[in-house]
Design a protein around this ligand. Structure first.
Ligand code: ASP
Length: 439
């Protein structure tokens, strides 16, 4: 049995948290490969080391040296090592790192050093081997993970190592320079290692006891989801459920390695199991709805044209305009003579929305184009809906009773989710209403 454990920023935040993570690892000898984040926040007002490192980069660009911002990072790591009672010479490593940040002048390199330093200290604490992800994780020239190369490297670097600590969040680009994933990317690193060592389980240790059915700031009594499938997870995390990076499932997906979200500070809680397809056998709640997640601030461009359905190439022409602007589309709900494009409003700033609408008018000559802004998307996700009637009826009647106006509906043919668009001002009420309807 091999388990890969990834510990997030709060689990690495200070000596106390690191010792807690150590006791978890030592309580199970199958926990052999440990991936770590940079130290995160110790309390609400605290600053994450990664954020401090981005400041270091800005300081280098502006002044030529990161000395001022790096001093805070130095102090924090020296304190951690001291509190852990280690005799490890972290000061030399910190000085070398500071010099490299000044020389490299790269945002990715600077940001990656939090995980690097964290892993160096944690490896020392555990008596494990430090194995650098720069030697294993590789991106291609387009910035995507080079899975084949990475798999091979993880295998060769770790096959003769019994116990290792690996920094998350970064690898090397095709130019040989350090490159990071997007924020929260250590979750992806953990998944890469789990796949590479053919782990039986990928444990993702964080500061909550798993995924909740919905955001507890909106529904304080929201229950923990005992199990969900990769696909459900992808839908929920893409739509804003932030426990795990939305791309973390891809590396483990093919190998069908389950992911267990666990709480470092409540290790006895079962957490959430993320499994390839069917429900986890321990899951007795067997509900129709697995989770509800959503995001605010979308724009809907509604296009109407008579006989649109018989005009060959109509949708392609509309999509080409969007593609030409390099924009991503979230959804394309359509009717016989209507087509809507749903895009993140953030992408449409600085006159882009106007340009887009004008170009659509020029290219497809529609009868009518209408823009609806301040739209929230809410996804109600659950394999339980598949081939079961009445789910949509229940959802929509509950919303109707609350007087919530639905601006858009999209249900994929997988029947895995129902996505609706509502006014931003109805967002919280909508999530609460859906939760209450199914619980
Ligand atoms: N430390 C990085 C961040 O704050 C990566 C991670 O923790 O996953 O985004």
């Amino acid at each position: 049995m091999i388990k890969v454990c990834k510990f997030g920023g709060t689990s690495m935040a200070d000596a106390k948290a690191m010792l807690q993570a150590k006791s978890i690892i030592e309580s199970d000898s199958s926990r052999r490969y440990v991936v770590v984040s940079a130290p995160g926040k110790r309390n609400k007002g605290d600053i994450k080391i990664t954020d401090m490192l981005y400041r270091c980069y800005n300081e280098v660009v502006e002044t030529g040296t990161c000395a001022k911002s790096f001093a805070i990072i130095k102090e924090r790591f020296i304190q951690i090592v001291k509190d852990l009672g280690l005799t490890f010479d972290i000061e030399s490593i910190l000085n070398e790192t500071e010099k490299q940040i000044d020389e490299e002048k790269s945002a990715d390199f600077s940001a990656s050093r939090g995980e690097y330093l964290s892993a160096r200290v944690f490896a020392e604490l555990l008596g494990a081997k430090f194995v650098d992800s720069a030697d294993m994780v590789r991106f291609d020239s387009r910035g995507n993970l080079n899975q084949e190369y990475t798999d091979d490297k993880v295998k060769t670097c770790l096959e003769n190592v019994d116990f290792a600590v690996i920094p998350g969040f970064y690898g090397k680009g095709s130019n040989g320079k350090i490159k990071t994933f997007s924020r929260g990317g250590s979750d992806i690193s953990g998944s890469i290692v789990a796949r590479g060592v053919k782990a039986d389980l990928y444990e993702n240790w964080t500061d909550v006891s798993g995924f909740l059915v919905c955001d507890p700031r909106i529904v304080p009594e929201a229950k923990v989801i005992k199990s969900l499938t990769y696909k459900e997870l992808r839908e929920l995390s893409y739509m804003g459920a932030s426990v795990l990076h939305s791309e973390s499932i891809f590396p483990v997906m093919k190998s069908r390695i389950p992911i267990n979200i666990k709480n470092t500070f409540k290790p006895d809680d079962a957490g959430t199991m993320i499994v390839p397809t069917e429900k986890y056998e321990d899951d007795t709640n067997n509900s129709i709805i697995t989770g509800i997640a959503g995001k605010k601030d979308f724009t809907v461009i509604y296009i109407e044209k008579s006989l649109m359905n018989s005009e060959v190439g109509f949708i392609r022409k509309v999509l080409s305009v969007v593609e030409h602007h390099g924009l991503c589309i979230e959804h394309v709900p359509s009717g016989i003579d209507t087509l809507s494009l749903v895009l993140e409003s953030e992408q449409l700033k600085d006159g882009i929305l106007n340009d887009l609408v004008n170009e659509i008018r020029e290219n497809v000559n529609p009868d009518y184009v209408h823009v609806i802004e301040n739209v929230s998307l809410i996804a109600t996700v659950g394999h339980g809906m598949t081939r079961r009637s009445g789910t949509a009826a229940k959802l929509f009647s509950a919303l109707a009773k609350e007087g919530i106006n639905i601006k858009m509906i999209d249900q994929g043919s997988s029947e895995l989710n129902i996505i609706i668009g509502v006014n931003n001002s109805d967002y919280e009420n909508c999530i609460r209403t859906i939760y209450n309807a199914f619980n």
